[in-house]
Design a protein around this ligand. Structure first.
Ligand SMILES: *[C@@H]1O[C@H](CO)[C@@H](O)[C@H](O)[C@H]1NC(C)=O
Ligand SMILES: *[C@@H]1O[C@H](CO)[C@@H](O)[C@H](O)[C@H]1NC(C)=O
Ligand SMILES: *[C@@H]1O[C@H](CO)[C@@H](O)[C@H](O)[C@H]1NC(C)=O
Ligand SMILES: *[C@@H]1O[C@H](CO)[C@@H](O)[C@H](O)[C@H]1NC(C)=O
Ligand SMILES: *[C@@H]1O[C@H](CO)[C@@H](O)[C@H](O)[C@H]1NC(C)=O
Ligand SMILES: *[C@@H]1O[C@H](CO)[C@@H](O)[C@H](O)[C@H]1NC(C)=O
Ligand SMILES: *[C@@H]1O[C@H](CO)[C@@H](O)[C@H](O)[C@H]1NC(C)=O
Ligand SMILES: *[C@@H]1O[C@H](CO)[C@@H](O)[C@H](O)[C@H]1NC(C)=O
Ligand SMILES: *[C@@H]1O[C@H](CO)[C@@H](O)[C@H](O)[C@H]1NC(C)=O
Ligand SMILES: *[C@@H]1O[C@H](CO)[C@@H](O)[C@H](O)[C@H]1NC(C)=O
Ligand SMILES: *[C@@H]1O[C@H](CO)[C@@H](O)[C@H](O)[C@H]1NC(C)=O
Ligand SMILES: *[C@@H]1O[C@H](CO)[C@@H](O)[C@H](O)[C@H]1NC(C)=O
Length: 224
């Protein structure tokens, strides 16, 4: 009786653990295996074949103390007997940037923000900008637009904003007063027909190119 109860508890726990199995037991078959990505070499999975339903139960274990799992002998062994040589995989390139310019913010649910990409010394400097209220980032124009239809947005509600300066059309414009070419204006057309003006500064060593209208290290500021 006790043994049957014990087995039942055992299998219930196994079912829970099986969900998080580090190893695909269907691929490995029965036995003890490491998933091959554990840089500590201490983790292994025990795969048990259940003949009644031709499936596997999997248990994740950790070798005790400082011992490590030797995949050849399928046992935990002293670290002096087996040299763990699992190199952690190279960090994934999660950059959304592929060139100087602008890309939609993949985390923006509402097309409400975008990312400025500036390649500096081989890696991208990424700066996230938020569109003005009720405007949405249009990847085609790379501008925030009040009548761009974002596929995941909730419809715009109220009329938006104004600013002095001479924003007379939408887009990014060099600040001609800035001899260092570091700053630029960004003009967004609000729902009520007026412009919202932003002043931005290019990151680190990049400058604003008036021809490509973006921050880049490829442009040489004539006066700097
Ligand atoms: C596990 O391995 C089997 C056999 O190689 C394969 O068919 C199955 O898709 C794998 N399952 C997962 C979750 O990778
Ligand atoms: C090793 O196992 C421990 C305990 O289950 C877990 O916290 C850890 O994430 C595992 N490491 C790897 C690389 O799977
Ligand atoms: C196979 O049987 C075991 C033991 O009864 C159970 O824990 C497991 O969930 C079953 N697997 C499948 C895929 O039905
Ligand atoms: C570790 O593995 C790498 C690649 O598999 C190999 O080049 C290197 O010689 C190994 N180092 C040791 C100490 O075994
Ligand atoms: C990241 O991946 C993109 C696209 O695959 C590539 O263009 C870019 O150069 C990569 N960035 C780095 C820093 O490797
Ligand atoms: C999407 O936009 C609506 C209306 O502007 C706003 O109420 C909502 O909070 C936004 N959702 C997210 C996730 O930002
Ligand atoms: C880029 O690299 C050069 C030379 O390698 C270095 O002098 C400069 O500081 C770097 N610039 C940035 C912004 O990291
Ligand atoms: C971008 O422009 C192209 C060609 O002008 C058009 O076919 C496409 O639908 C536009 N995409 C969006 C998201 O507006
Ligand atoms: C916005 O909508 C107006 C009127 O529907 C249209 O004339 C204009 O071209 C649109 N602007 C953009 C950037 O699509
Ligand atoms: C346009 O709308 C914004 C708010 O949506 C408001 O701040 C601004 O004053 C409006 N401009 C005019 C001229 O009505
Ligand atoms: C936005 O402003 C325009 C011009 O003032 C007006 O005709 C329109 O009704 C306004 N829209 C909303 C949603 O208030
Ligand atoms: C943006 O630039 C305009 C014109 O040079 C200036 O009047 C305004 O104060 C600036 N705004 C900010 C926040 O720097």
């Amino acid at each position: 009786m006790d043994r049957k109860l014990g087995l039942t508890v055992f299998f219930v726990l196994c079912t829970i653990w099986q969900v998080n199995a580090a190893v695909n037991c269907t691929a490995t078959g029965a036995g003890r295996f490491t998933d091959g990505t554990d840089p500590t070499c201490q983790n292994y999975t025990y795969c048990v074949f259940v003949s009644s339903n031709s499936s596997y139960l999997a248990y994740n274990y950790v070798c005790p103390s400082t011992s490590v799992f030797n995949p050849a002998s399928a046992k935990c062994t002293a670290s002096t007997n087996y040299v763990c040589n699992v190199t952690t995989p190279a960090p994934a390139n999660t950059s959304v940037c592929t060139a100087d310019g602008f890309v939609a913010d993949p985390n923006a649910v509402n097309c409400s923000s975008y990312i400025q990409c500036v390649q500096i010394n081989g890696t991208f400097d990424e700066t996230t900008f938020t569109c003005p209220a009720n405007t949405f980032y249009d990847p085609n124009t790379t501008l925030c637009d009040s009548n761009y239809t974002c596929t995941t947005n909730t419809p715009p509600a109220a009329n938006t904003t104004t600013a002095p300066f001479t924003c007379s059309t939408v887009g990014r414009f060099a600040n001609s007063a800035d001899t260092a070419c570091k700053t630029y204006y960004y003009c967004v057309l609000a729902n009520n027909g007026t412009f919202v003006q932003y002043n931005y500064t290019c990151p680190t060593t990049s400058v604003f190119s008036p021809t490509s209208r973006l921050c880049t290290t490829s442009y040489t500021c004539p006066t700097s």
